[in-house]
Design a protein around this ligand. Structure first.
Ligand SMILES: O=P(O)(O)OC[C@H]1O[C@](O)(CO)[C@@H](O)[C@@H]1O
Ligand SMILES: [Fe+2]
Length: 196
């Protein structure tokens, strides 16, 4: 009996280190401060830092699957420790182009938060500690934030292949909340530059 399906898709095998998130078989996509300096609240601090060094804020490995609704896009994300002024290092953050798609993140190492907000005005911050999974519900923009002084924040993520990335909305409006260090601890405060 011939059991070969009409379309055959090869199983894809990739690797990533379960603590560092680094992959040997894939090239990382890297975002340095210069690629997102205008997203930080303290623009003077961002400019001053850029004159010294264009630091690597985060990198991620996209394991490379097709962008179709039946597929699951996945990879690892590594946000390095550091601050711009009082604001912790973070990813750019995005809505999904297909707003009604969720995402799951599993924290492999480090410490931080997933900051989320939806167009209806709700916002939430879920803690990342190793071994905990954060489910980003449909319609929520999401940004990873590293609140450790020393350790990278490493997560594994998975989302529907057809979700797409809408970076423009956050680039224009920003997130409603910022995560800053206050008395040595992370605190979420209103973003004075947030645009309704
Ligand atoms: O896409 P951003 O906001 O730059 O953040 C990076 C992370 O988010 C993802 O796009 C997944 O949501 C990953 O590819 C990556 O780890
Ligand atoms: Fe996403």
């Amino acid at each position: 009996m011939n059991t070969t399906p009409a379309t055959t898709v090869e199983a894809v095998v990739t690797d990533f280190n379960v603590v560092t998130g680094l992959s040997k078989s894939k090239a990382p996509l890297q975002r340095r401060l210069s690629a997102m300096a205008e997203m930080y609240a303290d623009q003077e601090a961002a400019t001053a830092q850029l004159t010294k060094e264009d630091v690597l804020v985060y990198e991620f490995f996209d394991m490379g699957v097709p962008s179709t609704s039946g597929d699951v896009a996945y990879g690892t994300s590594i946000t390095y420790p550091g601050k711009v002024g009082d604001e912790y290092h973070m990813t750019k953050g995005h809505f999904h182009e297909v707003l009604d798609t969720a995402e799951i993140y599993y924290c492999l190492s480090g410490r931080g938060y997933m900051l989320m907000e939806n167009p209806e005005g709700d916002w939430q911050a879920a803690e990342f500690t190793p071994g905990q999974a954060v489910y980003v519900p449909r319609r929520y923009a999401h940004r990873s934030i590293n609140v450790s002084d020393t350790e990278p924040l490493v997560t594994f993520f998975a989302f529907p292949g057809h979700a797409g990335h809408d970076y423009g909305t956050i680039e224009t409006k920003g997130f409603r909340k910022l995560c800053v260090e206050s008395d040595g601890k992370p605190e979420f405060i209103d973003n004075p530059r947030w645009q309704a």
